[in-house]
Design a protein around this ligand. Structure first.
Ligand code: GLC
Length: 465
């Protein structure tokens, strides 16, 4: 299998940086102090209580201290599907480090909006039903009030080992409300065998290239009898995943990033309109009509069956693709294609770990969060899931490089963040308005111009502008 070289990615990284895409999450939280030290300067009574129990967790040498109480904690983990064994293996390793702490894992919902609703319902009730949760990169601002400040629980050396912009993303009003486990960014998966068969010597550089290559391959494969073959699969259902796809179309076309880091609404413009009309044109031509109800796993299912030439997905689909008989050895990944701006964009995703403020066992829960995001665990976990780690030094680890040649920490700094820092507590509503509008364009329910005008008005109302 041909691999995307590090050089190619660095080049892309440089190009993306040059396009002065919206600032990384770090930039817009400039006034927030990212370090644990500063987090403890404005201590409330509650924080002092946290800090007291924290001493039990972080041992003098900075390693994880388990306490000696026998406890069971609950962790809301990855949904079934992609890598069911990776978290189970994490929990087994943790059991060796802290034999007195038992972790019960409950599968979280694969749809992030549904998962968020479950969290918020429990948090509003101050429920102690779960202790440790997966926190989407877009949620720290939204969930901060319900999450424990982990700065006293995770050793400073470990905090310093995380990619700095992720620590800043997870620091809200000086509190470290989550710690980074893995990052994600949009990538284009493509079939090397089919590109070769139809005479293409490189993956598509632009959306136009993608559409014409997808059409050629689809026509050819169907003519050979595979009626189920499609050119391009992606995430078009009305949910958070559509926000991540649509943001890539919009940014790559030069249409702005929904809400700029300065709070300016950026949706109703010619570039965005053209980007969304182009995507609507894929539905039912190079993409199945049902793509408007696809989430990640639906796209992955078609791709894994060998029935798609191209797929937009996250890094996690890389290792599972190598496990698929139909595509293993016949695929590679490339940057998401460029739009009219001449550059591509890759939405930043990823998962972080947080501890509920309502946990009955905060020290044990924090010990698990610290272990999950330790270098020891992240190395195994990243390789098992082909999801680039949150710890910077691991990127130069030869085993990590071998398992995911596309992983480069530089890309984190040039990916496009969703406007979750600028809109904080309102992010979920912003995203819901956005994907609902985009979805109405994809399905033809609304014309693009009207949908964008209405979206702009709704965002103005929501953000009090
Ligand atoms: C992936 C990303 C996450 C994103 C979600 C959308 O899980 O890591 O950040 O919100 O997809 O479906």
């Amino acid at each position: 299998m041909k691999k995307v070289t590090l050089f190619a990615l660095l080049l892309v990284a440089a190009l993306l940086a040059a396009c002065a895409a919206p600032a990384a999450p770090a930039d817009s939280s400039a006034e927030q102090e990212p370090t644990a030290e500063s987090a403890t300067t404005e201590e409330s009574a509650e924080e002092s209580a946290n800090a007291a129990s924290a001493e039990e967790v972080v041992a003098a040498d900075g390693s994880i201290s388990c306490g000696d109480e026998e406890v069971t904690i609950t962790y809301i983990g990855d949904p079934a599907g992609s890598h069911p064994a990776a978290e189970a293996a994490t929990i087994e390793r943790f059991k060796e480090v802290c034999p007195n702490i038992t972790v019960e894992r409950i599968e979280g919902d694969a749809n992030v909006q549904n998962l968020l609703a479950v969290y918020l319902t429990a948090f509003e009730a101050q429920s102690s039903d779960f202790d440790v949760i997966r926190v989407d990169v877009i949620w720290p601002g939204l969930l901060a009030e319900h999450l424990l400040d982990l700065s006293g629980y995770v050793s400073q050396a470990q905090i310093d080992s995380y990619i700095p912009s992720l620590v800043q993303n997870d620091t809200v009003d000086g509190q470290l409300v989550a710690v980074p486990l893995r990052i994600g960014f949009g990538m284009l998966y493509y079939r090397t065998d089919l590109l070769e068969k139809y005479g293409f010597d490189a993956p598509p550089a632009t959306w136009e290239d993608l559409a014409s290559m997808a059409q050629t391959i689809q026509d050819g494969e169907r003519a050979e009898g595979n009626e189920e073959f499609w050119g391009y699969v992606w995430q078009g259902s009305a949910y958070e995943g559509l926000t991540t796809n649509a943001l890539e179309w919009q940014v790559s076309n030069g249409g702005g990033s929904i809400v700029s880091p300065e709070g300016e609404i950026e949706v109703n413009n010619a570039e965005t309109l053209a980007a969304f009309e182009r995507a609507a044109g894929w539905v039912g031509t190079i993409s199945p009509p049902g793509v408007v109800s696809y989430q990640e796993e639906d796209a992955r299912g078609i791709w894994h069956a060998g029935n798609a030439a191209f797929m937009r997905n996250w890094p996690y689909a890389y290792s599972s693709s190598t496990e698929s008989e139909a595509v293993n050895g016949n695929f590679d990944v490339a940057p998401v294609p460029a739009g009219d701006s001449g550059q591509g964009a890759a939405t930043l995703g990823g998962w972080h770990i947080g501890v509920s403020r309502y946990s009955a066992h905060p020290a044990a829960a924090a010990a698990f969060a610290a272990y999950m995001t330790s270098a020891e665990n992240e190395k195994h976990y990243s390789i098992d899931t082909t999801s680039p780690p949150g710890i910077l030094d691991l990127y130069s680890d030869p085993d990590i490089q071998a398992s995911m040649p596309f992983a480069d920490p530089a890309i984190v700094e040039v990916t496009t963040p969703r406007p979750s820092t600028a809109t904080a507590a309102k992010y979920n509503e912003v995203s819901t308005l956005y994907f609902t509008a985009v979805h109405s364009i994809l399905t033809g329910e609304e014309d693009a111009q009207t949908a964008l005008e209405l979206l702009e008005l709704d965002l103005i109302t929501l953000l009090d502008q």
